[in-house]
Design a protein around this ligand. Structure first.
Ligand code: NAP
Length: 480
């Protein structure tokens, strides 16, 4: 498989929060990989911005450290990359540093402002960029999650950003959308004639969307306790995966056509009855503290796990539930969408049950790829026995002769420079997702219900199993 790197036009990318955790773990390595791949040339620059007063050299040392480990052959490239990196210390809420930024930014290249800072800075930075003339009408502004913590705050944030930037300039990141598999899901559905005729409730029994994490919230428990799995994962990442699985084919692959279809899915979601939701909190195990210890809140009723059955009330999906589940401290780190096709209407092999129906599994992590589980004859003598065979498409295997798969952040940052908003959330989508999530969250706070405890390294609380069991279905296994 040949990979094509299409170079982007020259840019000035101003990265606010350039010394932060996200920049160190994702953004700097991502930019460096794109530089190595030849996607941007010597005319482009990255201006790191944060509050600390650092010299250019001190800052570049931080960036160099973020790129470790570097292969021997890449040392020269790191220095060439760093020669395009500069630093300005700016106080986002004060006057310091804005004039130097206005002077440094160039008039004749693409301008992008990436706000990898706390959401409370989004408004003040946007205002300052616009009022000082640093941001022009074709500049781009990128904002990180979380985008609000309920409908009211998301609306306020949208209104604030739109005071200074137009919607076509605003890039709201959900890094799940930048994953190779997510785009492949669209290719699979809309560039093949095999699946789309079957992609409806007549042929699909149900869909399971799982985002399981093996790590605890230790270290960020206080922050997490204000949010919980519903706000942190379901309202954004799982919602986006649901939308891409359930949406109608857009008329064209353009940002607004795709996002219009995603919005229609969110608007078609039924209110979720409380009985169709399971919530959990992990308990202590050996050295590992409990959720409540990590959150520093012995009475916390915030969920570190949530599973629910969601109905999409439209012609295509009536009668086909979507089961969502996500949690911390589970057996394995795993994100996948599993599409369960209905069994054949009539079994012609007497005395033999179909051992496994057809299941299409779209894996986001680890090992991005897809597997189609099929039923075949068990090879060899001994009469007619059926067994399962899997058609496996692991993307890393297909790419090994060309280049490593891109991290989601690499792809998304280059999309910002290209001006392509397809893989970014539009303001109305975010608001619709909060409008759906808010009543669910309110039902837990209005009538406080303790989440059920579950073991570290398990698949979640008992209630999640029962949620499936009462429908005569089973979750896919997490881990071995
Ligand atoms: P962080 O490690 O706390 O870094 C915050 C950054 O903001 C630092 O560079 C800091 O500069 C800068 N900053 C703070 N106050 C400032 C001010 N008054 N003026 C200018 N700069 C200021 O945060 P983070 O984890 O990187 O997260 C950044 C954003 O990404 C947040 O919105 C977060 O929710 C989101 N996010 C993070 C992750 C993640 O894995 N970390 C994942 C998804 C989304 P100094 O170092 O100089 O103080």
């Amino acid at each position: 498989m040949v990979s094509r790197v299409i170079p982007v036009d020259a840019f000035d990318l101003v990265l606010f929060g350039a010394t932060g955790d996200l920049a160190r773990r994702k953004i700097w390595p991502g930019l460096f990989h794109r530089f190595l791949a030849g996607q941007f040339n010597n005319d482009s620059r990255i201006l790191g911005v944060s509050r600390s007063e650092l010299s250019r050299e001190e800052f570049q040392d931080k960036v160099r450290a973020a790129l470790e480990p570097i292969e021997e052959s890449e040392h020269d490239c790191v220095e060439r990359f760093l020669s395009q990196v500069d630093y300005i210390s700016i106080d986002a809420t004060g006057d310091r540093g804005w004039k130097p930024l206005a002077k440094a930014i160039r008039p004749d290249v693409i301008r992008a402002f990436y706000l990898s800072v706390a959401p409370s800075f989004f408004g003040p930075i946007a205002a300052r960029l616009k009022q000082s003339g640093i941001a022009t009408d074709d500049s781009r502004i990128v904002v990180e999650k979380p985008f609000g913590n309920d409908l009211k705050s998301a609306r306020a944030l949208n209104a604030e950003l739109r005071t200074y930037f137009q919607e076509h300039q605003i890039y709201r990141i959900d890094h799940y959308l930048g994953k190779e598999t997510v785009q492949n899901l669209m290719a699979l559905r809309f560039a093949n004639s095999l699946f789309e005729p079957l992609w409806n409730s007549s042929h699909i029994d149900h869909v399971q969307i799982t985002v399981a994490e093996s790590l605890s919230v230790d270290g960020r428990g206080e922050y997490y306790d204000q949010s919980g799995a519903m706000r942190d994962m379901v309202q954004n990442h799982l919602m986006q995966l649901l939308c891409l699985t359930a949406m109608e084919p857009p008329s064209q692959f353009t940002p607004n056509a795709v996002r219009n279809e995603k919005l229609k899915v969110i608007e078609a979601l039924k209110e979720v009855p409380i009985d169709d939701i399971a919530r959990g909190q992990y308990r202590a195990a050996g050295e590992q503290g409990s959720y409540r210890e990590h959150a520093g809140n012995p009475n916390s009723i915030t969920e570190s796990f949530v599973a629910m059955k969601v109905d999409v009330a439209n012609w295509r999906w009536a009668g086909t539930p979507f089961y969502l589940r996500t949690g911390k401290c589970l057996r394995e780190r795993l994100s996948e969408i599993a599409v369960y096709f209905r069994n054949p209407p009539h079994m012609i092999f007497p005395g033999i049950d179909t051992p496994h129906g057809n299941v299409l599994v779209i894996r986001l992590q680890p090992d991005e790829g897809m597997t189609l589980h099929t039923t075949i004859k068990d090879p060899g003598p001994g009469g007619m026995r059926l067994t399962e065979a899997s058609l496996d498409m692991t993307f890393a295997d297909s790419l090994k002769d060309s280049e490593k798969p891109q991290d989601a952040y690499e792809r998304l940052i280059m999309d910002v420079i290209r001006g392509d908003q397809t893989l970014f959330m539009r303001g109305d989508e975010v608001e619709a997702a909060w409008a759906w999530a808010d009543p669910i969250i309110a039902s837990w706070t209005d009538r406080p219900i303790k989440p059920q405890q579950y073991d570290v390294g398990s698949a979640g609380p008992e209630d999640a199993l029962l949620l499936m069991h009462k429908d005569g279905r089973r979750w896919r296994t997490i881990g071995q």
